[in-house]
Design a protein. Structure first.
Length: 158
């Protein structure tokens, strides 16, 4: 398999659907934890009492309310950068030479030489870089009105 085909296969198999799914599940879990924390705070505020004059009041009865939070936006950003280069070189060289020697004008010896050089090189270079970020926006909301009213009634009856 060529290097280019391998990079293409890697990009196609990137786990983008799993990243989106995990982000959604994570936000849902975080939202549930935020809601649970706000409810615990509301229950504590309805149980805590403050004395005003000679009378005791819960914080809820005095108008205090816990803050609820809600995720309004979430973004996943993934950047992948791949580069691939290939170079190929081929060279052939050679030389031919000859020499002869003679003695008193007669050819006695003749020498021939030949040399051949060949080289071939193929180079692949690949680099891959990746970066990712996740951002979420949370806003505060008042306690749900019906929940707040129920807490006030509970505080008034105790």
């Amino acid at each position: 398999m060529s290097v280019g085909a391998e990079i293409s296969r890697t990009l196609v198999n990137a786990p983008l659907p799993q990243l989106i799914e995990q982000l959604g599940v994570s936000i849902a879990n975080a939202q549930a934890a935020l809601d649970k924390n706000s409810i615990q705070l509301a229950n504590a505020m309805s149980a805590d009492e403050v004395t005003v004059g000679n009378k005791k009041y819960s914080l809820i009865a005095l108008g205090f309310a816990p803050t609820f939070y809600q995720f309004t936006e979430a973004t996943v950003e993934v950047k992948l950068e791949f580069s691939l280069s290939e170079s190929e070189s081929f060279s052939v060289g050679g030389s031919i030479g000859g020499s002869s020697s003679s003695k008193d004008g007669e050819k006695k010896q003749t020498m021939f030489s030949a040399s051949l050089t060949a080289s071939y090189a193929r180079k692949f270079e690949m680099s891959a870089e990746g970066a990712s970020s996740i951002a979420a926006r949370i806003v505060s909301l008042p306690a749900p009105e019906i929940y707040h009213e129920l807490l006030k009634e509970l505080a008034a009856n105790t």
